[in-house]
Ligand binder design. Structure first.
Ligand code: SF4
Length: 107
């Protein structure tokens, strides 16, 4: 592993630790609220909207929201609600190309 890769992974770990240290409001919450269902179980739009709205309500009270956004911008999640935003909304904030998904993490 080269030094740039090590530095990148170290920074990512620091972002993750900062998020957890800030006391995420989703700790102990139903994780299914924050993630899409299994790829083999399609989620109707109305169900997804309700689920994401419920997750976003939890995020709106979260003291770790800014740390969560920093982490999400770094890991480029493909699914989930992060910092009160859907993945599509996070993509719109960032400059990542749509096809540039290097991680598959979910909240
Ligand atoms: S902002 Fe939302 S997804 Fe992020 S840590 Fe807080 S509750 Fe969890």
């Amino acid at each position: 592993m080269n030094s740039l890769r090590r530095a990148y992974l170290k920074r990512r770990e620091q972002l993750r630790k900062a998020m957890f240290a800030a006391g995420p409001a989703c700790t102990g919450a139903d994780a299914d609220l924050f993630t899409a269902p299994d790829v083999f179980e399609p989620e109707p739009d109305s169900v997804r909207q309700d689920r994401e709205a419920a997750a976003k309500r939890i995020c709106s009270t979260c003291p770790a929201r800014s740390q969560c956004l920093a982490y999400a911008l770094d890991i480029r999640p493909s699914e989930g609600v992060w910092a009160g935003l859907s993945v599509g909304e996070i993509r719109a904030l960032s400059l990542w190309p749509v096809a540039d998904h290097v991680e598959q993490e979910v909240a």
